[in-house]
Design a binder for this molecule. Structure first.
Ligand code: NDP
Length: 275
């Protein structure tokens, strides 16, 4: 539904061709008869500052933010949540009391799925990757209650930085494993992939055995079954892809825009049509 009073929401990032946010938010607006429209707003990195200043003067009521702007957006906001500050990234922007505020719903989205899965907190978890998404995942596994956390990344220094920050902010020790040695961990553990390895449907970040793996979580959602998840399936290890995390982060953005959590099932049904 579009009317003269339709309220605009949107996604900023670059490029945006891969995103399904346009479809899931608009499907939910239609289903709930909300007079709003969600649009893609591709902003090239060179134009970021000017575009954001412009957007602030347009009748836009809320934004999602994706690669490569999740960190840069922070400087343009009046206030960000505590968790966004810890993670160093914002993916949801909303207007409140005439101020532009920022939240990170990747964190909440991932956390919701952990709660649903009821994974055993007493098992160690091994997180593969130390990019932007990994930061939200690390704070979510801490919030969920995992006590023993291993982190490994191709670029060692990035993992080291996350571990240092977590130590400073939460006084929690994350153990770093060099990327080449990740398969040597032989404790029973939960494996979480936050790298982009598998997006191509061909590569896997884990070639080790699955005997010691209790659960595999790959936050990639397209393809729905990455080679890592296919290997988990072949080895009878329970697994999950990143679709529910993605849907929950979208639902939690609604909480900031409308004051209630978005309709999970409607958004998920729409996403499944597309993937
Ligand atoms: P980043 O670019 O910030 O990080 C990419 C990560 O992958 C880094 O750790 C990088 O290691 C690693 N990596 C990439 N290529 C290789 C390789 N060939 N060998 C070893 N490591 C590699 O991306 P994001 O963190 O933003 O996103 C990562 C993934 O998470 C994407 O696939 C994305 O689709 C998914 N995602 C899913 C979400 C969901 O809601 N389900 C939300 C956000 C992201 P290095 O540091 O060495 O470069």
């Amino acid at each position: 539904m579009v009317s003269p009073s339709t309220k605009l929401y949107g996604l900023i990032g670059y490029p945006l061709g891969h995103s399904i946010s346009f479809y899931i938010h608009n499907a939910a607006f239609r289903a709930l008869s909300i007079d709003a429209l969600y649009i893609n707003i591709p902003i090239e990195p060179e134009s970021f500052s000017k575009a954001i200043l412009g957007i602030k003067y347009l009748p836009i009521y809320g934004l999602n933010v994706t690669i490569p702007h999740k960190e840069r957006i922070i400087d343009f906001l009046d206030e960000i949540s505590v968790i966004s500050k810890l993670i160093g990234a914002v993916n949801t922007v909303y207007l409140e009391e005439n101020k532009w505020k920022g939240e990170n719903t990747d964190f909440g989205g991932f956390l919701e799925t952990l709660k649903e899965l009821k994974l055993d907190k007493d098992l160690p978890c091994l997180i593969l990757g130390a990019g932007g998404a990994a930061r939200a995942v690390v704070y979510a596994v801490i919030e969920y209650g995992f006590k023993e956390i291993y982190l490994t990344n191709r670029t060692y220094g990035r993992a080291e930085r996350i571990a240092e920050e977590v130590k400073k902010n939460k006084n929690i020790e994350i153990k770093i494993i060099p990327w080449q040695e990740r398969h040597k961990v032989d404790e029973k553990l939960i494996l979480i992939n936050t790298t982009s390895i598998g997006l191509d449907s061909k590569s896997t970040p884990w070639n080790g055995n699955f005997k010691s793996i209790a659960f595999v979580y790959d936050i990639i959602y397209n393809p729905k079954e990455t080679p890592l998840l296919s290997l988990a399936k072949e080895n009878n290890v329970p697994f999950k892809n990143g679709l529910d995390m993605l849907i929950y982060q979208a639902c939690l953005s609604w909480n900031k825009w409308f004051g209630f959590i978005g309709p999970f099932e409607i958004m998920k049904r729409e996403a499944e049509k597309l993937l």
